[in-house]
Design a protein around this ligand. Sequence first.
Ligand code: SAH
Length: 243
Amino acid sequence: MNTQIDIPKGKKLNKYGELENLELTAEDWIARWEKKHIGFHKDEIHRLLQKYLPNILNGRKQINIFLPLCGKSLDIKWLHDQGHNVVGVEISKTAIEEFFAEQNLSYTQELVPEIPGAEVFKSSDHRISLYNCNIFNFSSLIAGKFDGIWDCKSLVAINPPDRQRYAKHMITLMAEGCCYLLDSCTFNQDKIVGPPFSVPQHAIEDLFGQSCNIQLLESLDALTEQQISWGLDSFIEEIYLIK
Ligand code: SAH
């Protein structure tokens, strides 16, 4: 039996064995959430966020922290529990609804007048606000600029042709003194189709180096069974502080 599939131009076979656009669209991400194809989600607070939160805070208390492309990350609730105001942006409404349900938090839902079709989901204490919209439609006019950013598997989820635009956009969301903690990764992209995409140090320098100071805080071997199953034999996680 011939099991080879003809892959149409502009499509790829993703890690779930399904045909998908080479460059994921918003609709592709929404579909992934509906099918529970969310292998990136972890049921734990990110160890490196716990370790490096003091680098985001830089001595400050109760700051405004932004999580771009936040999914239903447990880090949102953890940062809230540390006393901070947390704002996230996520294209999938399902992800946001699952976040509030799984964290047992009640919420209100409102339209965002500045962004057609967008809604914001707010915890009852108003210290968590998750915007259901495309990151590129979100701006500092909506929730101000941020004291801190936690970018976890977000830059590495962006289609490579949009990466520069994304970095420029993030810089517009940084308040004076903002500390941007970035979790990136480097691996052999020839072996797998993204996301995630490998974003090595020179790419980080190209994206942020002109306007920001970049410090590589830690680089660690983060190869897990999951990445071995994708066909990788090396996966380096890198954590940067961008100011
Ligand atoms: N930071 C999260 C999720 C990372 S995966 C975590 O660590 O678990 C990337 C997430 O970004 C997905 O949940 C996807 O639905 C969302 N996403 C992808 N493109 C987006 C876009 N253009 N705007 C907003 N969210 C987007």
